[in-house]
Write a protein that binds this ligand. Structure first.
Ligand code: ACM
Length: 627
């Protein structure tokens, strides 16, 4: 009897410990203390809030809980409740404006914060403490247990963003709201809305109606973006869309209710083909241009420079352009409360400016022989226009070329170099380097995931450190991930490209540097895969695919493999046969014999295959030397 009791006690303790192991929070909170036991949420649970400001968050929590539980919980003003949200009357200095404390015990959960934003983030954490079925869109029967924990949490950076390019692919108003809904679960607070580009102008400007009448629509094309057929002059433009100003106001409000601020981007003077399709007189050529459906409109060179075969820039020497910009930014400034307006500035081809008499005269007037200085002049004019609307200029790091206007904030994308330079000059910086934060890049093996521009694995995104050595952290506002959509034709694929890398980046921008740990993150990431499965949301499983590269040693080809997830076994063959878990298991680089080798690799976990089979011929491996 005594032995049985001891055994039961041991089992019970193990159960409790096992329960403690199951916290799968992303991003990782600053401080967590775990306790034995849990609170069981039932249909009799009460939800209370202290302070009228907390009401919308408490109501949002009730709504979120009621769908999967099938309960009819109602949030009420109360000092006592099973789930209590409370704004601190005496601020807790540690928490700042977005931090919170969450105290879960067997009696319930208390979330406290200095500001409502903190309560909102505390609620996101609470939802992640519940079983994965909380993501279900229909009532589900499980034990809704919340483990006993004490959490104190606050962000490392104030700017935690995702950028969505709605020009290359138009996302509807509802799709944009959904994207915002999901980013806030990971405590992102900034939505960078890339509203204009060569492939579509997406924001209604009432004083310039052709921007959307013409600029929002393009001809129908399918297939690889950048290789599509040119527009034929008699073709109808049927693909696209735009947001009316009412739509924009609705989305801005929706975002604000979720503690997200929207940074609109109007990308000028380059990337303006859609605007020029509507108002061709704004360029310095007489070329007729179309809203581009993804044609091969530029020649790219190995050093990263390019030549536009079609003009897509506004003419910096024409006063009409500044009148146009004044109209655009007057309306944009009225729609978006954010102090910043992003004016692009990236990838501006200046070949047509060089040839243009008006631009040449302007260069003479400015006393310069460098056509790049015209971009500096353009940005200076733009900064003054924005200042008259009470807005600050934010631009991609090319705005450093040709002289940075005094109050400009720089978004560093071509690596962190631009960010370092700007910070050293005392400018504020948002970090979003291609090498860590470009969500359009291929995340798995390019024989499986469609190759685009470059490769970026989730683990690499996770390893990002936004404050470079030697830079004063006070200039680094934070960072973001960018989803460009040349190769993203629908919402599901937007999710596939965004997640899990945006989970990794959420931890980069929210969590404390000392708490970052890939092995811990990757386990939690897999729990969020399961949550996404319940929700029916797409994400990439490329982390399960082997990383296959090669080296050359004394003229011989050497196979080098790795995996992002720690507990995978890689089995491979070289003789054109399918591998299984009785094939050779990879443990160290393998010198490959001569001959028409084809390497096939399959990852296994606990004896079961996982991820994609990777197949590479010798020539393809040769091309991977030096990856
Ligand atoms: C950019 O990716 N062109 C900013």
């Amino acid at each position: 009897m005594k032995n049985t009791l001891i055994l039961m006690l041991a089992l019970f303790t193990n159960l409790l410990l096992a329960q403690k192991m199951q916290l799968n929070l992303i991003p990782q909170p600053a401080e967590i203390q775990e306790f034995a036991g849990s609170f069981a949420l039932t249909r009799t649970a009460t939800i209370g809030y202290v302070g009228a400001d907390a009401k919308p968050v408490a109501e949002m929590l009730a709504e979120k809980l009621n769908v999967p539980t099938g309960y009819t919980l109602v949030a009420k003003p109360a000092r006592n409740a099973n789930l209590l949200l409370s704004v601190n009357t005496t601020p807790n200095a540690k928490l700042g404006e977005e931090g919170y404390t969450l105290e879960a015990s067997t009696n319930g959960v208390i979330i406290s914060a200095n500001e409502v934003a903190g309560l909102f983030y505390g609620v996101q954490t609470l939802l992640q403490l519940l079983p994965k079925e909380i993501e279900s869109a229909k009532a589900t029967s499980v034990n809704w247990n919340i483990p006993a924990v004490h959490i104190t949490d606050y962000p490392r950076f104030g700017w935690r963003g995702l950028m969505l390019d709605v020009s290359r692919h138009f996302f509807t108003k509802e799709e944009v709201k959904k994207y915002i809904d999901d980013m806030v679960r990971y405590k992102y607070n900034t939505f960078h809305w890339h509203l204009t580009d060569d492939n579509g102008w997406r924001i209604e400007i009432k004083s310039l109606p052709k921007l959307t009448e013409v600029g929002a629509w393009r001809v129908e094309r399918h297939g690889h973006f950048g290789d599509r057929d040119d527009v034929r002059p008699d073709e109808k433009s049927t693909v696209g869309g735009y947001y009316t100003q009412d739509d924009i106001r609705e989305i801005v409000k929706y975002a604000a209710e979720r503690h997200v601020t929207i940074v609109p981007e109007i990308d000028v003077p380059g990337h303006s083909m859609a605007a020029l399709a509507a108002y061709p007189e704004l360029s310095c050529t007489d070329q007729k241009v179309f809203v581009d459906p993804g044609t091969n409109f530029a020649d790219w060179y190995d050093n990263g420079t390019f030549k536009m075969k079609v003009e897509n820039t506004l003419n910096p020497s024409d006063e009409k352009v500044y009148e146009f910009l004044d109209k655009v930014f007057t309306e944009v400034a009225q729609l978006f409360p954010n102090p910043y307006i992003h004016v692009g500035g990236d990838e501006c081809y200046k070949g047509y400016w060089k040839e243009d008499p008006g631009c040449q005269a302007l260069m003479k007037q400015l006393g310069t022989h460098h056509v790049e200085d015209l971009q500096g002049y353009f940005m200076g004019r733009l900064e003054k226009i924005l200042a008259t609307k009470g807005k600050k200029l934010l631009g991609w790091d090319e705005i450093l070329e040709g002289g940075l206007s005094p109050g400009a904030t720089v978004m560093s994308w071509r690596g962190v170099k631009g960010g370092i330079e700007a910070a050293q000059m005392g400018h504020e910086v948002v970090m979003t380097p291609t090498t860590f934060a470009y969500l359009d890049y291929t995340q798995g093996d390019p024989t499986v995931d469609p190759p685009i521009y470059a490769r970026l694995r989730c683990q690499k995104s996770y390893s990002f450190e936004p404050v470079p050595d030697g830079v004063d952290a006070k200039y680094i506002l934070g960072g973001q991930g960018n989803l460009w959509t040349e190769q993203v034709p629908d919402q599901r694929y937007a999710y596939y490209m965004t997640y899990p890398r945006a989970w990794a980046l959420s931890e980069v921008y929210w969590s404390q540097k000392k708490d970052k740990n890939w092995d811990s993150f990757s386990k939690r990431m897999e729990a969020h895969f399961q949550r996404s499965d319940v929700a029916g949301k797409n994400y990439s499983k490329a982390v399960y695919d082997p990383i296959v590269t090669a080296e050359k040693e004394a003229g011989e080809l050497v196979l080098v493999m790795a995996s992002e997830i720690p507990d995978l076994d890689l089995y491979y063959t070289i003789d054109d046969i399918m591998p299984d878990n009785f094939s050779p298991k990879y443990s160290a680089p393998v010198t490959l014999p001569e001959g028409p080798i084809t390497v096939r690799v399959q990852a296994y976990r606990n004896g079961a295959p996982i991820g994609h089979l990777i197949t590479l011929k010798r020539q393809e491996l040769e091309e991977r030397v030096g990856w």
